[in-house]
Every structure is written in structure tokens, then in C-alpha cells.
Design a protein around this ligand. Structure first.
Ligand code: ADP
Ligand code: MG
Length: 317
């Protein structure tokens, strides 16, 4: 059983870092976050639900905690922002061992700290069934410079960071009844929010639009196109596919196109801007271009052109 609510909050409070950007953190009715002149405040929220986003028997609790906060940090990265605070609303079933909660918090706090975000508050309650962790992450971006999904223009080039499909490859192993090992599937067990890449692109004014790849390329590219009122053409052969297992196998194209939870960045850049081949040590690959025709087309190895439908993750589907 978890500690009582009061004792649990006290323990979380002891482990949370303090920050000069907070006039008050855990312990009062609200956190008091200092607003920085000349900046816009970014706010994002993400659920992590047992049975939907994770299964307790598949992961160490620290992995669940870390992945939980990465979802929000990655959203801040996708705007070109700097993460500042994390809020955690946690509902725990009565039968959950406190050991699990400790592991979860350790993973969450370690990852938040790595990306300079402090835990500034939350809520704690008993869940009728299953762990439910809802996080809010805030961040800052220089005023007016957030990189939106809606800025892509026909003729822009489309880029992606890192490699795709590596996270979904681990899920496929789980669903096949196998036990993928964390060292063989780092993108799944220890995803990295691309904060440094997002910041670089914003700082150098290189991206006309951006999104983080949480649902899968086919779905997330669809979001950029919809918000920007444009279409896209991407080349199958250009998609950087992840390696997995003992680093020997490449994921198949379908996983690269539709696999979710890689937390890489997908962005567009107007022609003439020079996008480096690597940013913050991560390869950046050009995969296609933005078109006026409002559909997403995949150009195959044989030159064939097929409509690419969003087939990534979607709840209730
Ligand atoms: P209230 O009754 O005003 O909601 P709580 O007793 O729920 O206050 O919370 C007390 C303090 O502890 C608040 O500052 C709240 O933000 C913080 N807190 C509660 N649960 C968590 C949690 N899971 N993680 C981080 N902070 C928490
Ligand atoms: Mg409360």
C-alpha cells in the first residue's frame, strides 16, 4: 500500500529540487511561478494511464516515471522552448507497493532535473483501479517565437531528427510475447526529449513549423499539414529508420512511418535556410517537401506515389 497522502506528499516534497523561478513550490495552495519579462509561457498536459500507456509488468517503475515526464518535456521542445516546472496529479491504487511509487518518482525527478525542470506541485488521490499520472509541464520561449504547427509553407523542406520506429519496435516485441531489453531499445525505455534541438532551431530561426513525434510520422505530419493548410511529399528511402536489437536490424518502413513514442522532432524549413546535418549530436534528415495540394504523398523506392494516411496511434480507434 502507498504511504498515506500526507506522508507521500512530504516525501515527494523532500525529493523535489527548489528553483529561483518559483516564489513558492510544493506546500502551498498554488505554486507561485515567476513570469519572465519578454517571454511567453508554454503549458502542456499529458496523461500516463496504466493499461493504456504502460503495463506495470513490462517496465521498472523508474522507466514509467521518466517516460511520463518526457511526454511533456517533448511538447515544450517541439515549441522551441525551455522547460521550467512540472506538476504531477497522481492517483494510486490501494494495492500498489510504496516501493513502486518511490521508483516512479525517482525516474520522474531524475529526468525532469536533467532537462532543468522542477516539480512544483500536484495532487494525490486513491485510484479505484490502476495508476493514473497526469502531468503539466510549463516552459518559456522568447515572446512571439514559439514554433507552431501552423507555419509550414508550400516549398518548405521537411526534416526529422534521429531515427524512427525504434520505440514501436519494442512494443511489437512485447505484443509478440517477448521481453525486449532496455539496452536494445533505448528509444522506448529511455526516450530523450529533443529540447536542445528545438532550442537551436528556434534560436537560429530555422523552422517554419514543428511537432514532436509522439503518435507516429504519418499521423504527426498530418497534423502539421492540417494546421498549416498544406500537403506534403515524403520519400520512403529517405526516412531514417531506427536500428534495434543488438543494433543489427533496421525497423521496417511501416514502423518508421506509423510507430509512435519516438519523441523525435519533425519540422519544416523554408528553402534557402541551411539546416545542419547534425544538431546537438543528433543526425537531422531531409525527408521531403511541403506541397500546395492538401494531401500527404509517399514516394516509394520504385518512384510510385501513394497517399499516406495517418496510421499512427489514436485513442478510441
Ligand atoms: P490542496 O488540498 O490545496 O489540493 P494538497 O494537500 O493536495 O493541497 O497538496 C499540498 C501540496 O502538495 C500542494 O502544494 C500540492 O501542489 C503538492 N502536491 C500534492 N500532491 C503532489 C504530487 N503528487 N506531486 C507533487 N506535489 C504534490
Ligand atoms: Mg490536493
Amino acid at each position: 500500500m502507498p504511504l498515506s497522502e500526507k506522508a507521500l506528499i512530504d516525501r515527494i516534497r523532500r525529493n523535489a529540487r527548489r528553483s529561483s523561478s518559483l516564489a513558492a513550490g510544493i506546500g502551498d495552495d498554488c505554486a507561485v511561478q515567476r513570469v519572465v519579462h519578454g517571454y511567453d509561457l508554454l503549458i502542456t498536459t499529458d496523461f500516463t494511464l496504466e493499461g493504456i500507456h504502460f503495463r506495470r509488468e513490462w517496465y521498472r517503475p523508474a522507466v514509467v516515471g521518466s517516460r511520463c515526464v518526457v511526454r511533456g518535456l517533448s511538447d515544450i521542445a517541439a515549441m522551441g522552448g525551455e522547460p521550467k516546472t512540472v506538476f504531477l496529479s497522481l492517483a494510486l491504487p490501494r494495492k500498489l507497493p510504496q516501493r513502486w511509487v518511490d521508483g516512479f518518482m525517482k525516474g520522474l525527478l531524475q529526468t525532469a532535473t536533467k532537462f532543468k525542470a522542477v516539480l512544483a506541485g500536484g495532487d494525490t488521490a486513491e485510484s479505484p483501479d490502476g495508476v493514473c499520472a497526469d502531468i503539466v509541464v510549463t516552459g518559456y520561449v522568447p515572446r512571439g517565437h514559439a514554433i507552431l504547427r501552423s507555419g509550414a509553407k508550400p516549398g518548405d523542406e521537411i526534416f526529422v531528427s534521429g531515427a524512427l520506429g525504434g520505440s514501436a519496435a519494442a512494443l511489437r516485441e512485447f505484443f509478440a510475447g517477448r521481453r525486449p531489453q532496455p539496452q536494445d531499445f533505448p528509444r522506448h525505455f529511455a526516450p530523450i526529449p529533443r529540447v536542445a534541438i528545438g532550442r537551436f532551431l528556434r534560436d537560429k530561426n530555422l523552422a517554419s513549423s514543428m511537432i514532436d513525434l509522439s503518435d507516429g510520422l504519418s499521423t504527426d505530419l498530418g497534423h502539421i499539414c492540417e494546421e498549416s493548410g498544406v500537403g506534403a511529399e515524403i520519400t520512403a528511402a529517405a526516412i531514417p529508420r531506427a536500428r534495434f536489437g543488438r543494433k543489427t536490424a533496421l525497423v521496417d518502413l511501416r514502423l518508421g512511418l506509423d510507430g509512435g513514442e519516438d519523441y523525435e522532432l519533425l519540422f519544416t524549413s523554408s528553402r534557402g535556410k541551411s539546416v545542419p546535418a547534425r544538431i546537438a549530436g543528433v543526425p537531422i534528415t531531409r525527408i521531403g517537401r511541403v506541397t500546395r495540394q492538401k494531401k500527404v504523398v509517399l514516394i516509394g523506392q520504385d518512384g510510385s506515389r501513394k497517399r499516406l494516411r495517418p496510421q499512427g496511434w489514436e485513442h478510441f480507434r
